[in-house]
Design a protein around this ligand. Structure first.
Ligand code: B12
Length: 225
């Protein structure tokens, strides 16, 4: 096993046992030994959440309570890692980011925001359970070119209170050429054409790939201007 695999194993065992202190100790020791914060997020925390889900759904080997603690600890550790990611002083554009109405999953959005931030975007995170009107209002108030909507459940991606609701308002206000919509989250991973159904301009499977997609959207806006 290489070092990353060892840390992954130790971290997974800690969260599987809902041992918050041990999970934090594993991450602190990984940081001390020189592991990069971004690698901890993508190579340790995200794979552990997926593995935890497999234990719950496929193997029926864990409980929803374990799952809940795992996501709480993961979120707390991600909060500690975000300030350690490089912060870029230059801004390529402003992105308003939130989780769709009715959806309380916030970890993916948090990671997307911090990766965009360290890739020269100004990110306005407006939280979870966000109504369509609030997305548009925040975009106008902050002169944002892109609205990013995270949906982790099928109904919060497809429903009228999700991206489609935002699209409807952009259309009504004649803002479609100046504000683009990007979406992401679990349902889009299961159905790669779903973003079209939700009337978004783009989607991305990961935070890293979102950087290129947003650059493409910004070019589209410049071209149309
Ligand atoms: C952790 C988790 C929870 C935690 C959430 C904690 C929190 N504060 O976030 C808890 C336990 C509270 C929870 C609750 C529920 N959950 Co839940 N949950 C999950 C789980 C296992 C992992 C989600 C996660 O954090 N992943 C880790 C992050 C880092 O990954 P990510 O979110 O996918 O984000 C990455 C990309 O998707 C992308 N991305 C994400 N957002 C965005 C946005 C943009 C703009 C872009 C570009 C990219 C992008 O970038 C991220 C980083 O690379 C998923 C399973 C799954 N496969 O996703 C189920 C899942 C989403 N949950 C599910 C369900 C059903 C529920 C509950 C209804 C359960 C219940 N019976 O109560 C409730 C819903 C509560 C609500 N109203 O929101 C279902 C949804 C199924 C469906 N068909 O709709 C899933 C898919 C589990 C399953 N297989 O059934 N959940």
């Amino acid at each position: 096993m290489d070092r990353t695999e060892l840390v992954l194993e130790d971290y997974f065992n800690a969260i599987f046992d809902t041992d918050r202190d041990e999970a934090i100790a594993v991450i602190d020791s990984a940081l001390e030994s020189g592991m990069a914060p971004q690698s901890i997020i993508f190579d340790i925390i995200i794979p552990s959440i997926s593995r935890m889900e497999r234990e719950l759904v496929d193997k029926e080997n864990s409980t929803l309570a374990q799952h809940y603690i795992c996501s709480k600890v993961s979120s707390e550790i991600t909060d500690r890692l975000i300030p350690l990611l490089p912060d870029s002083p230059i801004s390529r554009g402003t992105i308003v980011l939130g989780t769709a109405r009715g959806d309380y999953h916030g970890l993916g959005k948090k990671i997307v925001g911090s990766i965009l931030n360290s890739n020269m975007f100004k990110v306005i995170d407006i939280g979870i359970n966000v109504r369509p009107e609030l997305f548009v209002r925040a975009a106008l108030e902050n002169n944002a070119s892109v609205i990013g909507i995270s949906s982790m459940m099928v109904h919060t991606s497809r429903g009228i209170n999700g991206p489609r609701g935002v699209r409807k308002i952009l259309k009504e206000k004649g803002l479609e050429k100046q504000i683009k919509i990007i979406v992401g989250g679990a349902p889009y991973l299961f159905d790669r054409n779903l973003y079209l159904e939700t009337e978004a301009d783009a989607w991305s499977p990961t935070a890293i790939e979102a950087v290129d997609e947003i650059n493409r959207l910004l070019k589209e806006i410049d071209h149309d201007a």
